[in-house]
Design a protein around this ligand. Structure first.
Ligand code: DGJ
Length: 734
C-alpha cells in the first residue's frame, strides 16, 4: 500500500518483517530472509475479499482484546478473544484496548545487535505499550518483550499480558507441537501433538516455582509439512520466566498458526497503579526450515553467546555431597569427599543441604532450619573458611547449597517474622516438605533484603565459596501475600517471580566470581528466566538413574545447551530407581552434559578408581566440544532400543559421538550404521573410541581414518550389545 512504512529486523539468516499501515504496526513475515521486505508486505492479504470468509488480514504485533480487525470491522470470523495478547480494564471500567502506533526506532545496542522499538498507546487512554524486538548477526534467534505503562487517572486491571503473539500462515496442512512434560524425577519427556483445524493446545504451569516441571516454557511447532531432525519448517519458542506461565498454539479453521505465550496471573487481574510501568518477561523465538535439530542449535548458540552470564566458559567438574551423604556429615566426611574428587581429577566440591541452622533449628533433617542461613558450628565447628581453605589446599573450589526463597516453620526466621511467609489470613497454613516447609513472600522487599544480607555476608566473609546451588523445593501452596494490599493479591504470581529473579540477580551482580546453579526439586528451573538472569546451569533432575537421564537430558537439550545441564554420576543401585547400571554407562551419559559426581568416593570400588580418573581426564579433553559445540541428535531414545547424539566444534575439526543401548536384548533389532552429521564433508576424521573398559570395543573402526562424506552417507557401524552398553568416540579432523 502506498502509505506503508516497512521495517525489517534481520538475524543471521532469518527476518522479522513489519509494516506500519493506517496507524497500526502489523507483522508481515517471520522466517527466512527474502531479498525485498517490500515484497513480503505486498504478498500479504490486506483485506477480506468479501467472499471467502477464511482469508486472513494481517495481525497486529501486539493484538489487544477489543481491537477487532480494523480492515474488516464487521467480519464475523475474527473473534476478539482469539487475538488478544493484552486484556486491560481501564481506570473508567472500559474493558477494550485499541492500540495505535506512536513511534518506532531501530538502534544498534552493540555491534551486530539490532533492537527495534515499537511504541503504541490506546487511542483514548493514557495506556502505553512499548514492544521490543532484538536480534543478532551471529545467530538466528529473536528476543521480544513488552513494557506496559499506566498513565491513566487510576489503577487498571490487566487480565492478560502476553509477551508474544504471532499469527502466521500455516503454509500447508500440518501443525505439530513438541513440548516437554514431566514431574519430579521424570522431567522433560517429549510430547508430540498434531493439531487439527480449529484446535488449540495449551501449555503452562501454575506451580509458581517449579515452572519447568509439568510443562517446560519452551516448545517447537513444526508447520507446513512434517518435520524431522534435519527437515521441515519449524518454529521454536521459549518464555524466559521462572514462575507461572502459559502458552497456546492454535491451528485456526483458516489454517493460520497462532502462537501466544506469557505469564499467567492464575486467578485474577494484575493491578497496575497509575503512574507505574511493568516489564513483561522476554520471549525467545527462532526459525529453521532444516528441521528440529537446527532449532536446538539456534537456542544453544544464543544461550551461550547472549543469554547465560558465562555462556562461553567451560564448567567445572564437581562433586556434590547430596546423594553421597544427605544430611549426615561431619567435617571429616566433607574433607574425605574433597580428597575423593581431588583424586578423581575434579575441580570443585559442593556442600549440599544440611550445613546451616543452630540448636533446635539445626538442619539435620528436612523439618527445620530453612531461612536461617547461619553456619551450624555444632556440626561443622571450624566454620566455612576452614572448609574453603581445605578445598583450596586440595586445588579445588568450594560451593554451597541454599534454598533462599523458603523457610521451615521450625526456624528462627519464621518465629521472628511469621508475616514473611506466603499465607492467607482465613485459611490454615499449608506446609510442604518435612511437614514444615513454607514459601517466603518474595513480593516483600524486606524479606529479600534479609535473605540477601545473610547470603552476601557469608560470601563476602569467605571468598573461597565460588558456587551456589540455589534450590527451591516447594510450589506456591498458600496463594496469599501478607505484604500485598488486599486488592492486589492476584499480583502475587508475577511479583513473586520478579522478586526471586531480582534477589538472585542482585546476589550474582554483587559476587561476579560466584557460579550459580538453579535447582527446583530437580529440573523445575530448566528455563531461560533463571539462565538469563543469574544461573550458569540448572540441575537436570533428582532422578540420576542413567537410563532415565538419557531421556531427561535429551528433552532438556532440545532447548538448553549442554553446558547448562548438570549431569552427575551417582552410585549403583541408583537411589531413586534402585536400578543397577554399569559405571561406564553412567559416565557416558553424564559426559554428554556438564559432568559431575554425586556419591561418596569412599564408597566406590577401589578397582574402579583408575577408570574414573581416566574418564575425568577424557572429559577434560572433550569438554570444549561437548560444552561449546553444536549438538546433532542422530537416533532418538523414543524411537527404538538405542540412542545417539554427537557434538561438533565450531571449526569442525573435532567431534564426539555418544551411543547408548536402551533396554536392548542381545538379539534385539539390528542397529543401523550411525550416520554422522555436522562434519566437514571435505575432510577425513581419525576415529578413536574413548573409555573402553576391559578391552571391549564397539566398532572395528578404532584408530581408522574415514572421510566425513562416507560417515554421513554410509554411517559408522557400532555394536551395542545390550541395554546398558554404550560407546563414545572422538573424531579428529586430519
Ligand atoms: C532437592 C534437590 O533437587 C536435590 O539435589 C538436593 O539439593 C535436595 N533438594 C536437598 O534438600
Amino acid at each position: 500500500m502506498q502509505d506503508d512504512k516497512i521495517f525489517e529486523l534481520r538475524s543471521k539468516s532469518c527476518s522479522l518483517d513489519f509494516v506500519l499501515r493506517a496507524g497500526k504496526f502489523l507483522f508481515t513475515h517471520f522466517g527466512k530472509t527474502c531479498s525485498s521486505a517490500g515484497d513480503l508486505a505486498a504478498l500479504m492479504p490486506d483485506r477480506h475479499d468479501g467472499i471467502t470468509s477464511l482469508r486472513r488480514p494481517l495481525q497486529a504485533t501486539y493484538p489487544a482484546y477489543g481491537d477487532i480487525d480494523f480492515f474488516e470491522p464487521n467480519h464475523p470470523s475474527r473473534t476478539m478473544e482469539a487475538y488478544g495478547a493484552l486484556g486491560v480494564v481501564h481506570a473508567d471500567g472500559v474493558a477494550s484496548t485499541v492500540l495505535v502506533a506512536v513511534d518506532s526506532a531501530i538502534t544498534e545496542d552493540a555491534p551486530g545487535v539490532r533492537h527495534l522499538v515499537l511504541k503504541m498507546r490506546d487511542e483514548n487512554y493514557g495506556f502505553f505499550v512499548t514492544q521490543h524486538f532484538r536480534t543478532y548477526d551471529d545467530c538466528d534467534v529473536f528476543e521480544t518483550w513488552i513494557e506496559l505503562t499506566n498513565d491513566e487517572a487510576g489503577a487498571v486491571a490487566i487480565n492478560k499480558m502476553d509477551s508474544f503473539a504471532l499469527e502466521m500462515n500455516l503454509m500447508g496442512r500440518n501443525a505439530t507441537v513438541f513440548n516437554l512434560r514431566g514431574t519430579w524425577g521424570a522431567e522433560a519427556h517429549i510430547s508430540e501433538t498434531t493439531l487439527a483445524q480449529s484446535q488449540t493446545i495449551s501449555l503452562g504451569s501454575r506451580s509458581g516455582i517449579h515452572g519447568a516441571w509439568y510443562n517446560n516454557p519452551a516448545f517447537m511447532v513444526a508447520y507446513g509439512n512434517d518435520s524431522t531432525e534435519t527437515y521441515g519448517r519449524v518454529f521454536g519458542g521459549a518464555l524466559a520466566w521462572s514462575g507461572a506461565w502459559q502458552a497456546s498454539i492454535t491451528r485456526t479453521s483458516a489454517d493460520a498458526l497462532l502462537i501466544h505465550s506469557g505469564v499467567d496471573n492464575c486467578s485474577g487481574p494484575y493491578i497496575l497503579d497509575s503512574g507505574k510501568s511493568i516489564t513483561l518477561p522476554r520471549f525467545i523465538f527462532t526459525y529453521s526450515d532444516e528441521g528440529r535439530g537446527q532449532i536446538s542449535r539456534n537456542f544453544h548458540k544464543w544461550a551461550r553467546l547472549h543469554c547465560m552470564p558465562r555462556g562461553k566458559e567451560l564448567r567445572p567438574i564437581l562433586l556434590n555431597s547430596w546423594e553421597g551423604a544427605y544430611f549426615n556429615f561431619s567435617e571429616k566426611t566433607l574433607t574425605d569427599m574433597m580428597d575423593g574428587v581431588r583424586d578423581f581429577g575434579g575441580e570443585m566440591f559442593v556442600i549440599d543441604d544440611g550445613w546451616f541452622g543452630l540448636g533446635e533449628f539445626a538442619r539435620n533433617d528436612d523439618h527445620r532450619g530453612l531461612g536461617d542461613w547461619v553456619w551450624n558450628t555444632d556440626k561443622l565447628p571450624h566454620g566455612p573458611k576452614y572448609l574453603a581453605d581445605e578445598a583450596a589446599k586440595r586445588g579445588i573450589r568450594l560451593g554451597l547449597w541454599f534454598e533462599p526463597e523458603m523457610a521451615n516453620t521450625n526456624s528462627e526466621l519464621v518465629k521472628k517474622h511469621p508475616d514473611w511467609v506466603l499465607s492467607e489470613p482465613t485459611r490454615p497454613l499449608r506446609k510442604g516438605r518435612g511437614t514444615t516447609q513454607v514459601v517466603l513472600d518474595m513480593c516483600n522487599p524486606d524479606v529479600r533484603d534479609k535473605i540477601f544480607r545473610q547470603i552476601d555476608e557469608l560470601l563476602t566473609a569467605v571468598p573461597g565459596i565460588t558456587y551456589i546451588k540455589w534450590d527451591a523445593n516447594s510450589e506456591i501452596m498458600n496463594p496469599g501475600s501478607p505484604y500485598l494490599p488486599k486488592d492486589r493479591q492476584c499480583n502475587l504470581w508475577f511479583d513473586y517471580t520478579s522478586g526471586y529473579l531480582e534477589l538472585a540477580d542482585r546476589l550474582a551482580k554483587k559476587h561476579p566470581d560466584v557460579m550459580f546453579q538453579a535447582c527446583a526439586s530437580g529440573g523445575g528451573h530448566a528455563e531461560f528466566g533463571s539462565l538469563s538472569t543469574y544461573a550458569d546451569e540448572f540441575w537436570g533432575s533428582d532422578d540420576t538413574d542413567a537410563h532415565m537421564r538419557v531421556f531427561i537430558q535429551w528433552g532438556e537439550m532440545l532447548f538448553y545447551p549442554a553446558n547448562s545441564v548438570a549431569c552427575h554420576v551417582t552410585a549403583s543401585p541408583n537411589h531413586q530407581t534402585r536400578r543397577e547400571i554399569p559405571l561406564k554407562y553412567r559416565f557416558d551419559v553424564a559426559m554428554s552434559g556438564r559432568l559431575g559426581f554425586e556419591l561418596h568416593p569412599g564408597n566406590m570400588d577401589a578397582q574402579d578408581i583408575p577408570y574414573v580418573k581416566e574418564c575425568v581426564e577424557t572429559y577434560k579433553r572433550i569438554r570444549p566440544i561437548v560444552q561449546q559445540g553444536d549438538l546433532y541428535r542422530l537416533a532418538s531414545p523414543y524411537d527404538g532400543d538405542y540412542a545417539s547424539l554427537m557434538y561438533v566444534n565450531e571449526d569442525k575439526s573435532k567431534a564426539v559421538l555418544f551411543v547408548y543401548g536402551i533396554a536392548r536384548g542381545i538379539y534385539a533389532n539390528y542397529i543401523p550404521p550411525i550416520r554422522l552429521q555436522g562434519l566437514d564433508a571435505s575432510r577425513r576424521y581419525l576415529i578413536k573410541e574413548l573409555g573402553v573398559r576391559n578391552e571391549h570395543t564397539h566398532a572395528n573402526t578404532h584408530s581408522s581414518s574415514i572421510g566425513a562424506d562416507a560417515l554421513a552417507t554410509v554411517g559408522l557401524p557400532v555394536w551395542i550389545a545390550a541395554g546398558y552398553d554404550s560407546a563414545v568416540f572422538e573424531l579428529t579432523a586430519e
